[in-house]
Write a protein that binds this ligand. Structure first.
Ligand code: NAD
Length: 410
């Protein structure tokens, strides 16, 4: 199964739990719009670069389309479709008034200069400007895009349509971004783990965690876990990983990664590969990089008791079934990593009202959303006697279905 088929497989499980008719299967599975653009830019040496970009808008029954923008060589239509669909269920589970969308450009951003990246972003904004807007579709950062890219995005859209900070979220705090947005996805993951452990009478203190990916999500998750007394025993990035059974010195590792551009060769730790990281002895495994890294080929080797899905779609359907059989608890992406879109919602609200919230207010509101979603997921688990993933999907689907019913098809 590819990424899109996997997402639809999870949705079919939810439709079956909720006993939905075929009418809803068609309504809820079908994306509203798929836009493919050819992004052609002049490179610094005068030659022409040609890249394929996508914006998929899955559903806007509960509010404007919302979802990140990814720059990666492996971006394709199936991946973007899957991620757009996941956003629909995620915004419903976390209960923010948005639908689901996703965008991406098939590009290796490390091969582009900063000026080329800026031209690529501005050209892409021009090409999708006809389908986005502060009340229509609001992009945000994802893999290999950040506050800098969102600033160009905001500027390019505003040049055409006038001052429009609410057209994109994840902007820097100096340019109408929200305090707390940078840390939000990692913080949401931490809160999800805290709630799940807490429901079993356990705490974060002393919990041993391995994290794949040390970008925005992975590095913030590591930092916050460390501050909460958990032991981050292994982390990795695209170049490799490091391990220390007593817990890595995360503040020093953050400086090392900042200076060297990677976690590899961090002193007082042993090297390990990305494949080894997924199989090390720990309490919690947190994939925070790519999709489909846990699959039928390695799911039986996972030794963690919990899989915290910080990344989008890190677990294949086959691996999910193996984890269920083995009693490994998967904390599903559509709840675990919803902190980012939740604080994006707060940013959008601040932009529309020209207000600035304090970081303490942002974090307290994020915590309320994460805790309320956990309560609703647990209730759904109890009602249906199902896994946390199945319950999260069922909860999201039920909320989107209700909105779809109330709005009608016209
Ligand atoms: P990022 O670009 O900041 O970081 C990605 C990290 O993954 C980097 O450390 C990179 O080296 C590593 N990586 C790349 N390829 C790898 C490989 N083959 N093996 C191991 N590591 C590899 O991206 P991010 O924003 O942290 O996003 C990470 C994941 O979290 C993605 O799945 C994304 O969709 C998801 N997510 C992000 C946000 C957000 O707010 N940024 C919100 C929700 C979900």
């Amino acid at each position: 199964m590819n990424a899109y088929e996997t997402t639809n497989h999870y949705l079919e499980q939810a439709f079956n739990l909720l006993k939905l008719s075929d009418r809803y299967r068609t309504l809820l599975l079908t994306p509203t719009r798929e836009l493919r653009v050819e992004v052609v830019i002049e490179l610094d040496d005068g030659s022409i670069g040609h890249y394929i970009g996508y914006r998929v808008q899955h559903d806007d029954s509960r509010g404007p389309f919302k979802g990140g923008l990814r720059y990666h060589p492996e971006v394709d239509i199936d991946e973007v479709r899957s991620l757009a669909s996941l956003m629909t269920w995620k915004t419903a589970v976390i209960d923010v008034p948005f639908g689901g969308a996703k965008g991406g450009i098939q590009v290796d951003p490390s091969a582009l200069s900063r000026r080329e990246l800026e031209r690529l972003t501005r050209r892409f904004v021009d090409q999708i400007a006809c389908v986005i807007g502060p009340t229509v579709d609001i992009p945000a950062p994802d893999m290999n895009t950040n506050a800098r890219v969102m600033s160009w995005f905001f500027d390019q859209y505003s040049r055409r349509f006038g001052f429009s900070p609410a057209v994109v979220t994840g902007k820097p705090p100096e340019l109408h971004g929200s305090l707390g947005r940078d840390a939000a996805t990692g913080r949401g993951c931490l809160l999800a783990l805290r709630e799940v452990l807490g429901a079993e009478g356990k705490s974060l203190a002393g919990t041993r965690v391995a994290i794949q990916g040390f970008g925005n999500v992975g590095s913030w998750l590591s930092r916050l876990l460390h501050e909460s007394g958990a032991k981050v025993v292994a982390v990795s990035d695209a170049l490799g990983g490091v391990f220390n059974g007593d817990g890595l010195a995360i503040p020093a590792l953050l400086s090392h990664a900042q200076q060297r551009g990677s976690v590899v060769e961090f002193p007082s730790a042993s090297p390990l590969s990305n494949a080894e990281l997924l199989q090390i002895d720990c309490d919690v495994l947190a994939p925070a990089a790519l999709g489909h890294v846990l699959h039928v080929g390695n799911a039986r080797e996972v030794r963690a008791k919990y899989v915290l899905e910080a990344a989008n779609g890190p677990t294949s359907a086959e691996a999910d079934q193996i984890f269920n059989e083995r009693g490994i608890v998967c904390i599903p992406d559509i709840w675990a990593n919803a902190g980012g879109v939740t604080v994006s919602y707060f940013e959008w609200v601040q932009n529309l009202q020209n207000l600035k919230w304090s970081e303490a207010d942002v974090n307290a509101s994020l915590e309320r959303h994460m805790v309320a979603a956990h309560r609703a997921i647990k209730k759904t688990m109890d009602e249906h006697g199902c896994s946390m993933r199945a319950a999260a999907f069922a909860l999201g689907v039920r909320r989107v279905k209700e909105a779809t019913d109330l709005r009608g098809l016209g």
